[in-house]
Ligand binder design. Structure first.
Ligand SMILES: [Zn+2]
Ligand SMILES: [Zn+2]
Length: 348
C-alpha cells in the first residue's frame, strides 16, 4: 500500500497587528497570520505608518459600515513583499506606500470620468480594509504609490495623507504666487501646509493658538504669525489685505467660522480639518466679496506621487515622533492630545 503523503503546507508565520475590535474599543496588539495577496493585490512589508486624526473614524466607528476587528492606518510606507496573480507593474522589493485613497471600482460614473477620488465605491485604507498598523498588509494595485529613494519610510509615510492633503488642496486652490495664504493650525497637517505654501511662492500667514509656535512657524516658511488667542485673526488677515486662501487644517468648526471674515475678495476657505460640527456662515458673508468654502479630501495615488516628488525637489519634510507598533495606543493618544511635534509615526 502506497504511503499516504500529505503535501507539507508551510507553517504560516504570525505577525503582530494593532487592531480595534469594536467601535470605541482600545488598541489590541494581537498576532495574526500573514495575509496572502489576491489577484490584483500586493502584500506590503510595512516599515512605517503615520497616525492621522482621521483614524478616529475607525477607532470610534464613526464611518458607516466598518467591519470589526479593523486595523487602522492610511499613511503606509513599506516594501512589496509578494505580488498576487496578474500583477505586472509592481515588483517584489519595490518601495511603495498606501494613503487614504485605497482603491476604486473603475466602473462607476465618476471613475468613467477619470474622477477616481470621488468614486462611488471608493475604498479607504484602514477603513474598508485593514491598514498599516501591522507588519504586513495587502492592498489593491490601484492604491499603490511609488516612494522615491531619497525619502525614508518615516518621512514618506506622513506625506501620504497629511502631505498630499495640504499639497493637493493648495495647488488646486487657485492661489497664485505672491498671494496671501493663511494656514490655520500648526499640527500634523499645518506644519506641512506652511512649508508647501512657502515653496509655492505664497505670502504665508500661519495662525496658531498661543505664542509658542511663532518662531517655528517662521522657520517653516511663514512670513507672518498670528496668535489667535491674543488677536482677532480675521481682522489681522484683513489688515494684510485679506487672504486669497485660508487652509483650515485645525479640526475646529468654530475656528473656521471665525476666520471667514479674514478672506479677501474672491477668497476661499479650504476645509481639510475633519469635524462633525457645522461651520457657521451667513449668506451675506459669502456674497460680499464672492467668497467660497470648499472641502478637500487627499487625492489619488498619482497625486501622492506628485507630493513625494515635490517634497524631494523642494526639501519639504514632516517633523515626526516615532513609536513602535506595540505602543499604537500610546501613539494614538499622543496624536489626539494635539501636543505631538508634529506627526506621530509607528515603526514596525
Ligand atoms: Zn489621514
Ligand atoms: Zn468608481
Amino acid at each position: 500500500m502506497a504511503t499516504l503523503r500529505v503535501a507539507a503546507k508551510p507553517a504560516s508565520a504570525p505577525m503582530k497587528v494593532a487592531q480595534i475590535s469594536k467601535p470605541g474599543g482600545d488598541f489590541e496588539i494581537v498576532e495574526r497570520e500573514i495575509p496572502e495577496p489576491d489577484p490584483g493585490q500586493v502584500r506590503i512589508k510595512v516599515q512605517a505608518c503615520g497616525v492621522c486624526h482621521s483614524d478616529v473614524l475607525t477607532k470610534e466607528g464613526y464611518w458607516p459600515g466598518i467591519q470589526y476587528p479593523r486595523i487602522p492606518g492610511h499613511e503606509v510606507a513599506g516594501i512589496v513583499d509578494e505580488v498576487g496573480a496578474g500583477v505586472s507593474a509592481w515588483k517584489k522589493g519595490q518601495r511603495v506606500g498606501v494613503g487614504w485613497h485605497g482603491g476604486q471600482d473603475n466602473t462607476c460614473r465618476e471613475c468613467r470620468r477619470g474622477d477616481f477620488r470621488n468614486c462611488q465605491n471608493v475604498k479607504i485604507c484602514g477603513i474598508s480594509y485593514d491598514g498599516g498598523y501591522q507588519q504586513y498588509m495587502v492592498a489593491p494595485v490601484e492604491a499603490l504609490v511609488a516612494i522615491p529613494d531619497s525619502l525614508s519610510d518615516t518621512e514618506a509615510a506622513p506625506l501620504l495623507c497629511a502631505g498630499i492633503t495640504t499639497y493637493n488642496s493648495l495647488r488646486h486652490s487657485g492661489a497664485l504666487p505672491g498671494d496671501l495664504v493663511a494656514v490655520v493650525g500648526i499640527g500634523g497637517l499645518g506644519h506641512l501646509g506652511i512649508q508647501f505654501a512657502n515653496k509655492f511662492g505664497y505670502r504665508v500667514a500661519a495662525i496658531g493658538r498661543g505664542s509658542e509656535n511663532a518662531s517655528l512657524a517662521k522657520k517653516l516658511g511663514a512670513s507672518v504669525y498670528i496668535d489667535s488667542q491674543s488677536t482677532n485673526a480675521a481682522q489681522a488677515l484683513q489688515k494684510l489685505g485679506g487672504a486669497q486662501v485660508i487652509l483650515a487644517t485645525a479640526p475646529s468648526s468654530k475656528v473656521m467660522s471665525e476666520l471667514i471674515d479674514g478672506l479677501g475678495p474672491n477668497g476661499k476657505l479650504m476645509v481639510v480639518g475633519a469635524t462633525f460640527d457645522p461651520i457657521e456662515v451667513t449668506p451675506i458673508q459669502l456674497i460680499t466679496g464672492s467668497r467660497t468654502i470648499q472641502g478637500w479630501a487627499a487625492g489619488t495615488p498619482a497625486d501622492s506621487e506628485d507630493t513625494l516628488r515635490f517634497a524631494e525637489l523642494s526639501g519639504v519634510r514632516p517633523m515626526i515622533e516615532t513609536y513602535p507598533l506595540e505602543k499604537a495606543g500610546e501613539a494614538y493618544a499622543r496624536m489626539m492630545s494635539g501636543k505631538a511635534q508634529f506627526r506621530v509615526v509607528l515603526t514596525m
